[in-house]
Design a protein. Structure first.
Length: 253
């Protein structure tokens, strides 16, 4: 492969469909899968350039979808939290006004104000506006960080082919570039899956763990945990010893 596509880290690619355009029947703006672009591999450089733009377009659409969803949830969360603050303030001020004799008969409205504030907090919790807003921001930032890693990796591959000497054959270079795109696509898919898992945890009660806060910009789903533990195992507290299964003593002969 004598030439690879030049990097365009700034701006949005001009080709490619938006999110939701690859699935028939999907509403505009839905975060759905897209059809894999079909083309002729007679020109590997042009084909790789098309695949890169398709992958980059998908990541930008994914980040844009979370940012759009954040705007609606942020507005609702701020309104509800503002109502909760006003309700708490009214619950404290109205009884004091009645007690001081400034305004008579408003002490009862203090309880109503308190109930309204509690209702606002309950609605925010029930609809998951604040937590959803935080998840959207964290996911969009994680996708953008991973996209920056892809852009530099792709630029590195392009410089390697242009400046040379070329390592391996053209097929090996094309396979290496396809591996970069495949790993990036898998990482973005894992970020979306982790955000969806956090959203599902909210309905089981208790605070939802934000998986995105621990996401590594260049890491995938199989990042090793500290302490040498395998995936799915929690680290032991300091000073604790692992519980070993008890074994029966050998029977006397």
């Amino acid at each position: 492969m004598s030439h690879q596509p030049e990097m365009q880290p700034e701006g949005v690619p001009h080709d490619g469909d938006g999110a939701g355009a690859g699935t028939p029947g999907a509403a505009p703006g839905d975060l759905v899968g897209r059809s894999f672009p079909q083309g002729d591999w007679g020109e590997p450089a042009e084909r790789l350039d098309e695949l890169y733009r398709w992958v980059e377009r998908g990541a930008l659409d994914t980040a844009a979808w979370y940012l759009r969803d954040r705007t609606r949830k942020r507005l609702g969360a701020r309104l509800l939290r503002g109502g909760a603050a006003l309700g708490a303030a009214g619950a404290g001020v109205l009884p004091l006004l009645d007690l001081a004799g400034g305004v008579g008969g408003v002490a009862t409205w203090g309880f109503v104000s308190l109930l309204a504030g509690v209702a606002c907090v309950g609605c925010d919790r029930f609809f998951g506006l604040t937590s959803g807003w935080i998840r959207d921001v964290a996911t969009a930032q994680a996708v953008q960080r991973r996209l920056q890693v892809l852009q530099f990796d792709w630029a590195s591959e392009s410089v390697r082919e242009v400046l040379g000497p070329t390592e391996g054959t053209a097929s090996e270079a094309a396979e290496r570039c396809l591996g970069v795109l495949r790993r990036f696509t898998e990482d973005v898919t894992e970020l979306v899956r982790a955000e969806t898992a956090d959203w599902m945890v909210e309905f089981r009660g208790g605070p939802a763990p934000l998986v995105m806060q621990g996401a590594v910009p260049g890491g995938g789903a199989g990042v090793a945990r500290e302490g040498g533990g395998g995936p799915g195992r929690f680290p032991l507290p300091p000073g604790a010893r692992p519980n070993m299964p008890r074994q029966r003593p050998p029977e006397p002969r």
